[in-house]
Design a protein around this ligand. Structure first.
Ligand SMILES: [Zn+2]
Length: 262
């Protein structure tokens, strides 16, 4: 979001803000991004949120094996935001298990754009997050608030003159009368299908177990070809993740587990 002083405060792309690598890698070499922890217990698929309103200006599908060049990002989304002081401002989200936006799509700050994963050049699950200003990568932590910890438990050491975004008092005193960001984060619609009867029954059970009420889940609409399509709406990010994992466990390919719509 744009602050009253014209500065930018980006929305954290994950619910949990633990840095595993900063602007410099832990070995001191230049990373020009931050890595955020996604692996907690035995789960690493987490909703990834747009850092600010914008337009998707790049997506990439990982080929499943290449770990060099652009493919090192794996499944990746880049968003172009409003310019900052006349320069193009973009954010990039890499190593996703999947994304649910299209090139050219408008997104709202806090909207789910995809799910974290382990694609591309990774040793383990994490979200790689870049902030690009005028084509140059800049330290994401200078565009975010100080609500984070380091995996090492230490305090983050900024380069000289750099710091977390300082939110002006004027912006603090008017706490979110604008709830669109929160709504975007919790209101998600999913369409799964077409499914055979057995898989459809499986999802029906799963939805009941997850206590998705009729207001959020209209099961098993039948499409033109007579196949079942499951529709969900108003899902929280974590419910969406659960359904995504069920779809993966059922061996459903992306085309069957089609869309998360913000
Ligand atoms: Zn990284």
């Amino acid at each position: 979001m744009r602050l009253s002083n014209g500065e930018v405060l980006l929305h954290w792309p994950l619910d949990i803000h633990v840095l595993t690598q900063g602007w410099y890698y832990n070995d001191g070499s230049l990373h020009q991004a931050v890595d955020l922890r996604t692996q907690i217990d035995n789960m690493y698929i987490r909703p990834v949120y747009a850092a600010e309103d914008g337009t998707v200006d790049q997506t990439q599908d990982w080929d499943g094996h290449t770990r060099t060049g652009m493919q090192s990002y794996g499944n990746m989304v880049r968003i172009r935001h409003a310019p900052y002081k006349g320069s193009v401002l973009q954010t990039r989200y890499a190593h996703l298990s999947s994304y649910c936006v299209k090139y050219g799509q408008r997104v709202k700050e806090g909207e789910i754009i995809g799910y974290s994963g382990v694609t591309g050049n990774v040793f383990g699950a994490h979200l790689h997050f870049e902030v690009i200003l005028g084509g140059k990568r800049t330290n994401p932590l200078t565009w975010l608030d100080n609500d984070y910890t380091l995996a090492t438990g230490r305090e983050y050491q900024f380069n000289k003159g750099e710091h977390s975004v300082v939110v002006p008092e004027a912006d603090k005193q008017t706490p979110s009368t604008d709830t669109t960001a929160n709504e975007a984060k919790t209101v998600q619609a999913i369409l799964i299908g077409p499914l055979d009867a057995q898989t459809a029954a499986y999802f029906d059970d799963a939805a009941k177990t997850m206590q998705l009420g009729a207001d959020r889940y209209c099961a098993l609409a039948v499409d033109a070809e007579g196949k079942a399509v499951m529709r969900c709406a108003t899902l929280s990010g974590m419910d969406a993740v659960k359904l995504y994992q069920i779809a993966q466990a059922q061996g459903l390919k992306e085309e069957y587990f089609s869309k998360f719509v913000g």
